[in-house]
Design a protein around this ligand. Structure first.
Ligand code: ATP
Ligand code: MG
Length: 413
């Protein structure tokens, strides 16, 4: 894509009301725009990153055989009354013209449970595992952290249904591994820790995936020995000791909760009277788990972790483009060489952003650093003298010259 075709502009400074690091960089780079606190538009570059994250999730979900659905965001009051969550403080409520009450979905247990119940009658119909990637709405009071805490935000929420605890536990472990794989592919492997959280009335623990960064909203207690973390809510109940290895040396860290998984057991299935016939024909209640990842929060967390004073440094799998091709000096020779290289790269299937705009080298480099594409290629009179382009990785200081004819093979390895 040519950079001149992107309708947004890079901002020299972040708007004053953007306080968080992720939103400052993302707004300046033209990835997102704030409509109001907690509500952001994804602009072309931001939407590309979002789609990259989405496809990582979809690929990993395929591996654990979860099927994708899309549930309504608009819900009837009745489902929520049934579970006693109609009074949930973060839920937005609306009234239709005929007086009917609706709500906007902040989670979907109340919708998915009666839906799956329609199709599952026997043990042969189980397990079922479905997920969606959809907007959620929560009346958050402190929406000050950019994409980390939205009032409208995109969540991947998954729900699994099982015949017995063993099957639920097995799937729960599979989902846990799969979530780590997702965070690893997003470049957060080193910073993301499995964290024990309250399991509510139905399990001893739930598990959060917490990404350590200095501006995280949460606080975790990270075991220096086994690297399990315990969240702030339950550390007192655990007597400030790691429940896994009994170590008392815990580091307190700020972190972002990028994902959360719960073994719900019969919490919702009982309320919706969701039963199945087991092998002997006896009726049993279906058991359930739920698994969430915030896509916007994950995108924001990637920025909080991967940046320097000049801008974002996208990990390769989530970068909007693989290569940022920049032409300097608008001479016919440079223009032609850059254009040829651009077409060559496209032919090879490389995702490339081509900066063919008439701007100074300084401006182009500063903007490229802010946008954060992993590899920069520069074509100029100087590089062409040697039939070369200048190559620089976003996270390295040094640039080097390589022959134009070798660019494609460099990108392949
Ligand atoms: P938090 O404690 O941060 O409010 P939560 O426990 O309410 O999170 P869940 O209901 O478990 O979150 O939602 C699943 C996932 O959705 C979270 O792990 C997080 O990644 C994401 N998420 C939750 N609330 C928001 C929000 N307001 N904005 C963006 N993402 C969110
Ligand atoms: Mg919350």
């Amino acid at each position: 894509m040519r950079q001149s075709e992107i309708f947004t502009k890079i901002l020299k400074e972040a708007p004053k009301d953007e306080k968080s690091l992720n939103s400052q960089l993302l707004v300046r780079g033209g990835f997102v725009d704030k409509l109001m606190a907690g509500v952001y538009s994804y602009l072309p570059l931001g939407f590309m990153v979002l789609k990259k994250i989405e496809s990582i999730i979809v690929e990993e979900m395929k591996k654990i055989r979860a099927s994708q659905v899309l549930l309504p965001a608009l819900h009837p009051k009745e489902n929520w009354q049934k579970t006693g969550r109609w009074q949930y403080p973060e839920m937005f409520k609306l009234k239709g013209r005929a007086g009917k009450d609706f709500s906007l979905g902040w989670t979907h247990e109340e919708i998915i449970t009666p839906l799956v119940k329609k199709f599952v009658k026997s043990y042969r119909d189980l397990p079922v595992c479905v997920y969606q990637i959809q907007d959620k709405f929560r009346d958050e009071l402190r929406a000050k952290s950019g994409l980390l805490r939205g009032i409208e935000f995109i969540m991947k929420d998954m729900y699994s249904f099982h015949a017995d605890e063993k099957d639920l536990d097995n799937f729960y472990e599979k989902a846990k591994k799969s979530y780590f794989k997702i965070f690893e592919r997003c470049g957060l492997a080193k910073n993301t820790f499995l964290t024990l959280a309250s399991g509510g009335t139905f399990s001893k623990y739930s598990h959060e995936f917490q990404t350590v960064t200095p501006y995280g909203e949460d606080e975790i207690y990270l075991c220096e020995k086994c690297r399990l973390a315990i969240n702030k809510e339950i550390i007192e109940q655990e007597h400030y000791t790691c429940p896994n290895c009994k170590n008392k040396k815990l580091e307190v860290k700020k972190a972002i909760e990028v994902g959360n998984i719960f073994s719900l057991k019969d919490k919702f299935t009982k309320t919706f009277d969701f039963k199945f016939h087991d092998k002997s024909g006896a009726e049993k209640t279906v058991l359930m788990g739920c698994y969430g990842i915030g896509l916007g929060r994950l995108l924001g967390a990637v920025v909080e972790v991967h940046h320097d004073e000049k801008g974002i440094i996208w990990p390769s799998e989530v970068a909007p483009f693989a290569v940022h091709l920049i032409s300097l000096e608008n001479t016919a020779k440079v223009k032609k060489a850059a254009q040829d290289l651009y077409e060559d790269l496209l032919k090879e299937g490389t995702e490339v952003l081509y900066d063919n705009r008439e701007k100074s080298a300084g401006e182009k480099f500063a903007e490229a650093d802010l946008i954060g594409i992993p590899l920069r290629l520069v074509v100029s009179e100087r590089t062409l003298k040697e039939n070369c382009v200048e190559v620089k990785k976003r996270d390295e200081e040094k640039a080097k010259l390589i022959k134009i004819k070798d660019v494609n093979s460099l990108l392949r390895c």
